[in-house]
Design a protein around this ligand. Structure first.
Ligand code: HAM
Length: 446
């Protein structure tokens, strides 16, 4: 429900009600859209280049889907998920992330029969009821890439390459890639035992959350941000030292691929990620020149058991997602410009009701011909309209006054050379095109 600000006006019966966005949620205004468009364009381009097909899934899914995949005991599901009951009593939630929905869709639509790997990408809003702060919103947007059906570590390398290509094509080049391997069903249980026995001996030094995690999710203690836990974890056994031969081979080959691609990385033995489904590879992208530090731009990893867990056949997979809001913030901080918008070349000015009415069809004719037109239909004053045309720096102004509207003509004023010409309404699109072409040529010659 929207937050209401009630302002006391002095009169108790006339309280002013001011509606505002819900805490942790934001409006993205027209001025900001260029940043978003730049990201969306880069995502679409790289997705096309790397053969990913777009998929859109609903924002609402069953609660059960996330409990089984992201994990019942994870912060994302346990503490942050928006849950509600539908009118028919079904328990649903606003999606906190995209991967579970993609896996559900993969199984539901029998994508297994398609050539492997099935490569899917998505963009859209996610919802997490966390404490809002800079870079952390309750509604935020992610783009994500998932490659389903391949075991080969080359896919892990390629997915990392894909993410880095997107970051660099929006101007974010300094990325700190952190990577780790958390093993598989074969080696993780042994490692878990070692870790738990190490941590149990130091239980008193852990925070309350981590004391509970000892039973539910000991791996997560490794990336707890509490000072006392980080100290304990410092000397803890590391998963990379306890990998089975298969996981070791996978990780080594992946690192070799990254070396081959000249992608810099650092192995972070405490990186485990906050979601339950990962096996083998996990990674995160951080802005390396981020002064305030603690904001990940994206992350991902391998999830070789997830499809099976949701009732599909045993199918390996790997993917990542990035936070678009955080990328926009990073672009602004670094002074990176948004997407270029096409500037109008023509301004349409009119005077009087009849002229205004006729201008509508001129506007449509030009727009259909692919010519961007600015106008200010709301303003009656010709002087004000011409001032706006001047501010916009258009090449041509079309003026339709009362006389022209009766004559079915329009004045075309060339703002680059100063001359003007009267043309009939029928010819206006052709004439405007010709003049714009001429101006373009003259600019090229200069
Ligand atoms: P995640 O690390 O939970 O992974 O989220 C990915 C990115 O979403 C984060 O690195 C961050 O940039 C952004 N993000 C997360 N929460 C917020 C928030 N509250 N406000 C703003 N941005 C946020 C996943 O979601 C996995 N599904 C990634 C994945 C795909 N793994 C495999 N495939």
């Amino acid at each position: 429900m929207a937050k209401l600000n009630q302002t006391n006006t002095g009169n108790p019966s006339k309280k002013k009600i001011k509606f505002q966005t819900v805490r942790g949620m934001r409006d993205i205004l027209p001025d900001e859209q260029t940043y978003w468009e730049k990201i969306r364009k880069a995502v679409r381009k790289i997705a096309f280049d790397y053969n990913y097909g777009r998929i859109d899934t609903p924002m609402v899914e069953t609660v059960d889907l996330f409990e089984r995949t992201t994990g019942k005991d994870t912060d994302v599901v346990e503490k942050e998920m928006y849950k509600f009951e539908t009118q028919s009593g079904k328990k649903v939630s606003l999606r906190p992330e995209g991967t579970p929905s993609i896996v559900r869709a993969y199984i539901e639509h029998g994508m297994r029969t398609k050539p492997s790997p099935v490569k899917l990408f998505y963009m859209g809003p996610m919802f997490r009821h966390d404490r809002p702060q800079k870079g952390r919103y309750r509604q935020f947007s992610q783009f994500g890439f998932e490659a389903i059906g391949e075991q080969d570590p080359i896919l892990d390398a390629q997915i990392i390459q894909t993410a880095l290509r997107i970051f660099s094509s929006i101007g974010i080049n300094k990325i700190d890639l952190q990577i780790n391997s958390i093993g598989c069903k074969e080696c993780r249980p042994n490692y878990n035992k070692l870790l738990v026995s190490y941590l149990k001996n130091r239980k008193q030094s852990l925070c309350m959350n981590c004391k509970n995690r000892l039973k539910t999710n000991p791996l997560r203690i490794l990336d707890c941000k509490e000072e006392k836990c980080t100290q304990v974890v410092e000397q803890a056994p590391q998963s990379v030292d306890h990998l089975c031969p298969d996981c070791k081979k996978h990780f080594t080959y992946l690192l070799e691929c990254l070396d081959e691609l000249a992608i810099a990385y650092s192995i972070n033995p405490h990186l485990v990620r906050g979601l339950d489904y990962y096996t083998k590879t996990v990674f995160e992208f951080w802005a390396s020149d981020d002064k305030e530090g603690r904001i990940a731009l994206g992350g991902g990893g391998r999830y070789d058991y997830l499809i099976e867990k949701l009732g599909g056949k045993k199918t390996p997979a790997v993917g990542f997602a990035a936070g678009m809001d955080r990328l926009v913030d990073a672009m602004k901080e670094k002074g990176i410009k948004g997407a270029k918008t096409s500037k109008p070349k023509v301004f349409l000015a009119q005077l009087g009701d009849l002229a205004k009415m006729k201008s509508l069809s001129i506007f449509q004719g030009l727009e259909k011909a692919g010519i961007t037109v600015a106008e200010s239909f709301g303003r009656g004053n010709l002087k004000a309209q011409l001032k706006k045309a001047d501010q916009l720096g258009v090449d041509l102004v079309l003026i339709m006054g009362q006389r022209e509207s009766l004559d079915e003509t329009v004045i075309i004023k060339d703002m680059t050379g100063g001359n003007q010409e009267v043309v009939t309404l029928k010819k206006v699109v052709v004439e405007v095109k010709k003049k714009l072409e001429k101006i373009k040529k003259e600019v090229r010659v200069k």
